[in-house]
Design a protein around this ligand. Structure first.
Ligand SMILES: [Fe+2]
Length: 302
């Protein structure tokens, strides 16, 4: 059975980062691991794939996704059809929030990934899935990276959060706390939900770039939907081989930014050092529970 899931068997939680001892960039890449996007080399079929995915999500997401995402989609509306040209995209983003999008050849070392983010450069893959892979990918492609991540980079608070995250990553790397910070990324940037009045809305890139999870994350009774708490999230395991069993709900991007920026993570890491991990399906007495999941999807898969 093919599942609609962007990260099946993904080797890393970051779109394009890996644990490594900083090998040198591959041939053809710059010292910071970037490569030209080579936009002119995309084929008509590849552009058509982008248009097909874009149209499907654009029809599904209004009313489900945070309004800031739909507003940010404007930066993706290019003068040319198909896959966005990173130069043009960066020009628009730069005007909005000072961010750029740069292409990398594949996985890059974590310190390179964080260094780019801390300097408001979002690294993206340049390949696009084939029609056979439309709902099943082993590595995030340009549709995930650009459609999923870039619209919210046009939102000032979220843009600042992403930069703060990159700076936090550089600090965490020196403390051996990457795993804790990775969970924060996973449960916010990739799979976050946000409150919108009495409703919940999507904002995580892993959700909004996936047709199936865009429905599942909001509508399915299976997963837990819990209030975001920084320390709680950092202790919580996650899965990379199926839809999430937990989604964490933030109040606003401003609140997420405040928690990240105000928290010097040093004391947080100290406090968490001796605390056990929280299993994926556990609900704590201290949790704000928006929805207590049935976990039926997991039971059905066994
Ligand atoms: Fe991603």
């Amino acid at each position: 059975m093919a599942i609609d899931f962007d990260f099946a068997n993904a080797g890393s939680i970051y779109s394009f980062a890996m644990n490594s001892d900083a090998p040198t960039p591959p041939a053809g890449a710059a010292a910071d691991w970037t490569i030209p996007q080579a936009w002119r080399r995309y084929t008509p079929d590849e552009h058509a794939m982008w248009d097909r995915l874009f149209a499907r999500q654009q029809a599904l997401l209004p009313g489900r996704v945070v309004p800031a995402f739909m507003e940010g989609l404007d930066v993706l509306r290019m003068s040319k059809p198909g896959i966005p040209d990173f130069d043009e995209l960066s020009e628009r983003l730069m005007k909005a929030t000072g961010w750029q999008v740069v292409a990398v050849p594949g996985l890059v070392p974590e310190d390179v990934f964080f260094e780019h983010m801390a300097n408001r450069r979002f690294v993206a893959g340049r390949f696009i899935r084939t029609p056979e892979q439309i709902d099943y990918l082993e590595e995030p492609d340009i549709f995930h990276d650009v459609f999923g991540h870039v619209p919210l980079l046009a939102n000032p608070a979220f843009a600042d959060y992403m930069q703060a995250y990159g700076e936090g990553g550089l600090r965490a790397a020196g403390r051996g706390a990457i795993d804790l910070l990775a969970r924060l990324y996973w449960y916010t940037v990739e799979f976050g939900l946000i409150r919108d009045g009495n409703d919940l809305k999507l904002y995580g890139a892993g959700i909004v770039s996936s047709y199936g999870e865009s429905i599942f994350a909001l509508d399915d009774p299976s997963p837990n939907r819990l209030g975001f708490d920084l320390r709680r999230v950092m202790r919580t395991k996650y899965r990379i081989d199926d839809y999430q069993q937990n989604y964490f709900v933030i109040d606003s991007f401003e609140d997420l930014l405040r928690q990240t920026r105000d928290a010097d993570f040093g004391p947080v890491y100290d406090a968490l050092e001796d605390q056990p991990d929280i299993e994926i399906d556990t609900i704590l007495p201290t949790d704000t529970v928006y929805h207590r999941g049935t976990q039926a999807r997991v039971a059905a898969a066994i």
